[in-house]
Design a protein around this ligand. Structure first.
Ligand SMILES: [Zn+2]
Length: 239
């Protein structure tokens, strides 16, 4: 295409030329840290050594999450942080395509049984400010790559919460408690299907846990979570 000649593809992180669009250059790609097995079957935390398929992480045992399984494509490191911040604040659909490609692989165990993909919502006022809900963009791109149905209206944020950045674990939990409501037709829209929540970064999980509780209370039977990146203590950057 003429357009491709005029705008040769560049790395989504460092803007170096790339052979194909919507991707990272080899150097940045190598700096991403994919999360692969062995991992905690509940929280998706990577294990240094395999403890068997049933072994849970200490975190999952100490504080069992309301969702069934969480999976993330990469550890939240430097390259992932740049990609996420560009995804959040810029109108860059190619970033959502790239992230969703990796999320489709990382979440492969979650796609059986045709679950419904549901993005973590922004408050309508914040979405107007930003013009853009990065989680909805990720969910749509993930829907295209997995063939799964996306429902961006199943959950909405009813309270304008503070940004989670800078809050402690407990503070994050209090900040989002009761901040979500479901669509009045939820049981028709979900039709007995499992929901997979889609978000950009899993930090303490406070937000996805709050959305999960709201969905379970409304009669959804099971909820899983998929994110592009995940903070892993000892391997993460402060956010
Ligand atoms: Zn690069």
């Amino acid at each position: 295409m003429l357009l491709d000649l005029a705008y040769p593809p560049v790395c989504l992180n460092c803007d170096a030329p790339t052979a194909t669009p919507d991707t990272l250059c080899p150097k940045c790609f190598a700096a991403l840290r994919p999360i692969t097995a062995p991992l905690c079957p509940r929280l998706g935390l990577p294990f240094a050594v395999s403890l068997g398929p049933e072994a849970l992480s200490a975190e999952a045992l100490a504080d069992p999450p309301p969702f069934g399984r969480a999976r993330a494509a990469v550890i939240y490191g430097e390259v992932a942080r740049t990609v996420v911040s560009r995804l959040k604040y810029g109108d860059r659909p190619e970033l959502a395509r790239f992230c969703a490609g990796l999320m489709a692989g990382a979440g492969h165990e979650l796609w059986a049984g045709e679950p419904l993909l549901v993005p973590v919502p922004l408050h309508p006022a914040r979405q107007r400010e930003r013009r853009y809900n990065q989680s909805a963009e990720l969910a749509r791109a993930l829907g295209r790559s997995t063939g799964l149905q996306v429902d961006t209206d199943l959950v909405r944020r009813t309270r304008k919460t503070r940004q989670q950045v800078g809050l402690s674990g407990d503070g994050r939990q209090r900040n989002v408690a009761g901040a979500f409501a479901v669509h009045p037709d939820i049981l028709v829209r979900a039709r007995g299907r499992r929901v997979v929540l889609v978000d950009d970064v899993y930090t303490t999980g406070a937000t996805v846990k709050a959305v999960t509780r709201t969905l379970l209370k409304a009669g959804v039977e099971a909820v899983d979570v998929v994110t592009f990146a995940r903070v892993v203590i000892g391997a993460d950057l402060p956010i």
